[in-house]
Write a protein that binds this ligand. Structure first.
Ligand SMILES: [Zn+2]
Ligand SMILES: [Zn+2]
Length: 366
């Protein structure tokens, strides 16, 4: 027995040594690199663009506190041969690019509000999708004020855009296509404190997108978005307190992507800050509990809306390991025993048309 084990071990070591030797040979290295290049230049994710499903891909699931494994807020929605990006938090373009989502197929960006963890990559996404061949201006939808955000990013990237057109030629990189077009979405209804207003973003006959007012004061207005496509639907909350009108606007939807802040963990952090005399951090941690939703509250809202699946995202504090995840969702299972996913970047939800199925998986290569 001992002899067999030793023999096997010697075999593994010998194989590893041979592999190490082979990978030092330029011809082997070149073959491997050629394969990587061929794979990178192949068709990228045609399966996401077929018109037989509504799909959503989590391209960023974290909130302002640092999490090396998660980009900040971003959810890409695929419908009718195009994709739309709801929020473009820092590092989210890196995800989309690394997964080889074809940027020239973008139909628009929808901003829920203008906190930095939701807009940080707007300039990068515009620049990169233009370089990838986007044929027209990038539409950026959002609450009134989106014009200011778009104008600011445009100014910051103005010199770079000019360099690129000068370098590659206007035929390849037309200055017109490289620009952004801000599209402010106006809400209809009574601007009462109840914040129960909606506004049509667009309805192209296949895909209908609706803005839903949420509660993130003093950020006003702040939006969530509902996507309806061929009988399937999903809602993305943006940042909000638990907000009953969002449940009403989500009713009948298949999936709700809802932000989540574990206030019981934030309180522990607040007390630790207090004990260390870090008054500034303590104040910020105390303030943020006033405009976000706890995981249990998000579950209650999902139940109220009767959605099939709740996907939690935009986590404060960051969920850095399994233990933290258990603490984060404590009490949730008692409210909603099933139909909950804790998002990771790369989570893919597919809603096939003419079906009740909700398929949860991961982006290929992610
Ligand atoms: Zn946020
Ligand atoms: Zn926010």
């Amino acid at each position: 027995m001992k002899k067999t084990l030793l023999f096997l071990l010697a075999g593994v070591v010998a194989l590893a040594a041979v592999a190490l030797f082979l990978f030092r040979l330029p011809a082997v290295q070149d073959t491997v690199f050629q394969r990587v290049v061929n794979a990178a230049l192949g068709e990228s994710h045609p399966e996401l663009f077929t018109d037989d499903a509504l799909r959503a891909l989590v391209c960023g699931s974290s909130a302002p506190l640092a999490d090396r494994n998660r980009a900040k807020a971003c959810i890409a929605v695929f419908a009718g041969g195009r994709f739309y990006v709801v929020d473009v938090g820092p590092e989210s373009w890196e995800n989309l690019s690394a997964w080889r989502i074809p940027g020239d197929e973008i139909g628009g960006v929808l901003l829920t509000h203008f906190h930095s963890d939701h807009i940080g990559d707007l300039g990068e996404l515009n620049m990169q999708t233009w370089a990838l061949g986007r044929p027209e201006r990038l539409r950026v939808y959002g609450p009134p004020g989106v014009e200011k955000v778009v104008a600011g990013f445009s100014l910051a990237y103005e010199l770079d855009s000019a360099y690129r057109t000068a370098h590659h030629g206007a035929e390849l990189l037309s200055p017109e296509a490289g620009r952004m077009r801000a599209v402010p979405i106006v809400l209809h209804g009574d601007p009462s404190p109840a914040r129960d207003r909606r506004g049509l973003v667009f309805d192209d006959g296949g895909l209908k997108v609706t803005a839903i007012e949420v509660s993130h004061s003093p950020v006003e207005p702040a939006y969530g978005y509902r996507f309806d496509y061929r009988g399937r639907s999903l809602v993305i909350s943006g940042d909000t307190l638990k907000h009953s009108p969002l449940a009403v606007a989500s009713s009948g939807a298949d999936v709700l992507f809802h932000e989540a802040q574990a206030n019981h963990m934030v309180e522990v952090m607040g007390r630790a800050a207090q004990e260390r005399g870090q008054a500034r951090l303590q104040k910020i941690l105390s303030d943020i509990t006033l405009y976000h939703t706890s995981p249990v509250e998000a579950a209650e809202l999902a139940n109220q809306a009767k959605v099939k699946l709740l996907v939690l995202y935009h986590f404060t504090p960051p969920i850095l390991n399994r233990v933290a995840e258990s603490i984060f969702v404590r009490g949730l299972a008692e409210v909603r025993p099933g139909g909950v996913e804790v998002a990771r970047d790369g989570l893919l939800v597919e809603l096939p048309v003419a079906s009740e199925d909700v398929r949860v998986g991961r982006i290929r290569g992610g």
